[in-house]
Design a protein around this ligand. Structure first.
Ligand SMILES: Nc1ncnc2c1ncn2[C@@H]1O[C@H](COP(=O)(O)OP(=O)(O)OP(=O)(O)O)[C@@H](O)[C@H]1O
Length: 240
């Protein structure tokens, strides 16, 4: 993993192979880029290799051949996991403060961003409570708030929609849009294809560890041999 100083908000992924065991790679020839201000959807059936691709990008896999480059002077990225990760003894506010200090965000910036995001996601009244006692959706919101609070160059978001109520989903979509306009690049894995179709600029469609189609919806339709009115779901169905 490396960074360069010129292209903030950009992510370049060129994985020749990666997996959990040197003898049996799970993904092969997965290469794509996320440009500044772009929202790219990583889609594919269960077991296709989406999480493995994300782990490769995060540098969490021991067996990786290839290169991942985060653009920007800071190369700062936020990873929003699908499964919430929490400390039992820390309150919601303490989780946010810990993340902010790990990222070197000053106290005043932290407090104003944290309060704004807690308001957006309607968690202000539980900010001094323990997230381990929260509902699944509330815990998911905590992960999102930490990500957005950091205002990184790149977001890597793993299936953010499952568990969120309709209003929280709308708030999330608005925030993603704002961050995109700020110039952040976003890679988002999801199974919610109708939402992905509406909001993503481009798609990477994985199946059995390889890229089956890539590009805008019209490009994906061509690669899937689907007609001009085909939905992303139709293309997914045709390709997998
Ligand atoms: N920790 C692991 N150790 C060994 N093999 C794994 C591990 N995690 C995933 N795999 C294997 O890698 C392949 C790709 O799995 P991955 O989790 O990347 O799929 P996915 O596209 O994220 O699926 P889903 O939509 O179900 O989350 C699967 O065959 C899976 O069994």
């Amino acid at each position: 993993m490396s960074t360069n100083t010129e292209e903030s908000g950009r992510l370049n992924v060129a994985i020749r192979q990666a997996g959990y065991d040197a003898q049996a790679p799970v993904i092969r020839d997965v290469a794509f880029e996320v440009r500044a201000g772009e929202l790219v959807g990583l889609i594919g059936p269960n077991g296709a290799g989406k999480s493995t691709t994300i782990k490769s990008i995060l540098g969490l896999l021991k067996h990786l051949e290839g290169e991942v480059v985060f653009g920007g002077a800071s190369g700062r990225y936020a990873y929003v996991p699908e499964q919430p990760v929490m400390y039992e003894a820390f309150t919601l506010w303490e989780h946010l403060r810990l993340a902010a200090s790990a990222f070197g965000i000053d106290e005043q910036t932290f407090a104003s961003r944290a309060d704004r995001l807690l308001g957006t996601f309607r968690l202000t009244n539980v900010k001094h409570e323990l997230p381990v006692t929260f509902s699944k959706g509330m815990q998911q919101k905590l992960m999102l708030i930490i990500g957005f609070m950091l205002e990184p160059d790149i977001y890597i978001v793993d299936e953010p929609f499952i568990g969120l109520d309709p209003r929280a989903t709308k708030d999330l979509l608005d925030l993603l849009d704002m961050e995109r306009q700020r110039g952040a690049g976003i890679l988002m894995s999801t199974h919610v294809l109708d939402t992905a179709e509406r909001i993503c600029d481009r798609f990477i469609l994985l199946d059995q560890g390889s890229v089956m189609a890539e590009g805008t919806l019209p490009r994906v339709r061509e690669q899937a041999g689907c007609p001009a009115d085909a939905t992303l779901f139709d293309c997914f169905y045709a390709l997998t």
